[in-house]
Ligand binder design. Structure first.
Ligand code: GLN
Length: 313
């Protein structure tokens, strides 16, 4: 069925925020030192419908770095550039069942990244962005993510510098992929572009617009711009359903029944195909690195708006 009327969606978005605003569970990420400075009380919820209707509650306009949520949109852009078969073969579409920064997952799969929504697969995906040099790849990524958001996105210089100084593990993963012939060019340049993409500033409202673009077959419902083809949205959402919340992806799909993607700064984007995008932001995370309040607010919205894709009525 369709979404409820605009007024009902509006009051449910406000209710989703209200219900979870006092929840204090979870821990703010601190392995990137600059992320540890986030205010744990910040909490925003936004829904953007494919017809352009928007709903915002709480701190939905507070900006934070997109982190791993960038993986979903860079993946879509690379799928659009390279095609279904090549990305399937080179990056894979399975859940590794291991933490997002796992080195073991690469070893267990003999160098095949397997999962584009954790760091190894995301590094392999960023390496596939068109362009022979890092600046061309970066322009492709920042222009593409900006088109998804419908406004020019900018890098948070402090978070970029902080992660650049502490991302030895991602450099190790990139070198390991290189040793298996899974990254072309200089792997440290790939890590740098990836670190920049993770440091792009968005807010929960932007995430809802980005999600609504995937929900709308690749057309941004606010700007009207076609960003990626519809078959790329279908493929990306299938990957998100299987992998979007790291090793908690099964629990997420069981409770919420929608493709989503989380990041360690506390954002989650969720997509209701053909209907809407949902963006949430709240920094405290569960042990896998997913926002606690974001998961709960999104579960409430999925249930109350009737969005679970596995429900027959
Ligand atoms: N930039 C972060 C990293 O590579 C992103 C991780 C995340 O959001 N899970 O570690």
């Amino acid at each position: 069925g369709a979404l409820p009327g605009r007024d009902d969606v509006e009051s449910l978005v406000l209710a989703a925020h209200d219900r979870e605003r006092d929840l204090r569970d979870g821990e703010v990420a601190d392995y990137i030192p600059e992320l540890a400075t986030a205010d744990p009380s910040l909490f925003g919820v936004a829904v953007v419908e494919v017809d352009g209707g928007t709903h915002d509650a709480g701190d939905s306009r507070h900006r934070f770095t997109i982190q791993s949520i960038s993986k979903a949109f860079v993946y879509a852009l690379v799928c659009a550039a390279l095609g279904h078969e090549e990305v399937l073969e080179r990056v894979g579409v399975n859940n590794t069942g291991l933490p997002f920064n796992s080195v073991i997952a690469v070893e267990l799969n003999e160098g095949h990244p397997m999962n584009p929504m954790v760091n190894a697969g995301a590094l392999a995906t960023t390496a596939l962005a068109p362009g022979g040099d890092p600046e061309t790849k970066w322009a492709f990524i920042v222009d593409g993510l900006s088109a998804f958001a419908g406004r020019p996105l900018e890098v948070d210089g402090l978070v970029y510098a902080s992660e650049s100084a502490t991302n030895q593990r991602n450099k190790a993963i990139a070198r390991l992929l290189e040793s298996y012939g899974r990254i072309e060019g200089n792997p440290l340049n790939v890590v740098d572009v990836y670190t920049r993409q993770c440091a792009l500033l968005v807010d929960a409202h932007d995430l809802a617009v980005m999600g609504a673009t995937l929900a709308d077959g690749g057309v941004n419902p606010v700007t009207g711009e076609r960003v990626v083809p519809a078959d790329v949205c279908r493929d990306t959402l299938a990957v998100l359903a299987a992998t979007g919340l790291y090793e908690r992806s099964g629990e997420w799909l069981f409770e919420i029944g929608l493709p989503g993607k989380s990041g360690v700064s506390g954002g989650i984007v969720t997509v209701s195909p053909g209907k809407a995008g949902i963006g949430t932001f709240s920094p405290p995370l569960d042990p896998a690195g997913n926002s606690v309040r974001g998961q709960r607010a999104t579960a409430f919205l999925s249930r109350s708006l009737g969005l679970n894709v596995f429900a027959s009525a």
